[in-house]
Write a protein that binds this ligand. Sequence first.
Ligand code: ADP
Length: 319
Amino acid sequence: MKRLAVFTSGGDAPGMNAHIRAVERTGHKRGLEVIGIIGGYAGMLAGQFEVLDRIRTANILDRGGTVLKTSRCPEFHEREGRDKAVAQLRAHGIDGVIACGGDGTFHGAHFLHEEHGIRIVGTPGTIDNDLSGTDFTIGYDSAINTAREAIDKIRDTADSHGRLFFVEVMGRHAGFIAMDVGVACGAEYVAVPETMTDVDLLYQRILAQGRDARTIVIVGEGDELGGAMELGRLMKERYGLDSKVSILGHMQRGGSPTVRDRVLAARLGAAAVDALLSGKTDVMVGEQHGEITYVPLEQTWTSRKAVPPYLLELSNILV
Ligand code: ADP
């Protein structure tokens, strides 16, 4: 292998830049040329490739987002689109690829391997932490700390006025962010996509606080009742409760990555380069129990990673 490419795809996550830097540095230490593909699969299709060197990856480590940009690329769902992308990889002499993203990105990467024999490994880059095969994903730690900071501030104002707040955090299919920040911020109730929201229990918890007391309810955006707005509306309709709704939204994706995310991003970047050099392909490089692990890309979406039960228990005990 002489020339490897790296790209970021799907939802952006803090730590992606630290990851790109680690791939570039490790690649060069191993005597490889390193190419950055701009804009995820869309850029791969369009042939938007650039050489990465020390200068290009200097001063990006602490920046949120991704200097390689990212995209959603519908064309990649079709074989024809993927054929075009492979033609570009071949034209640019790429013989190994690192795809940093979530399970959508890994679907595409798996097809590149299966249909064309492209040597490709995935690295988990998503704030949702919902990929099995790794304990944590790049961006998750930063996102929960950003949410924690925002919720601490909401708590100050909620406390002063004795208000009920529904705070919506990201996580379309998984409640990792909601559960962790729920426990970290002492929420009175946490609604997550994994479990049915018990509206009566929620009402009891609110009452237990006292009608005019501060109450914080964390709602994962994928909650089956339809998010914080809907839950607030339901509590008004059913119990006559007034509340405020705060949707943290895209701010959770931004900002400078935490130490944990930078170290994870660096470690997985270096490990991904070495995985390609040792002939691995069609796997995600992750970290489990402190060790680097490799799981087939397919496993990252066929087996669902569960929110640790201790978090659910804790959030019920600590109210
Ligand atoms: P994430 O990687 O964060 O899960 P997406 O689900 O948006 O984000 O996926 C990123 C991109 O990966 C998509 O825009 C598309 O180009 C490609 N992709 C997603 N799912 C598939 C699939 N089933 N087959 C081929 N490519 C896919």
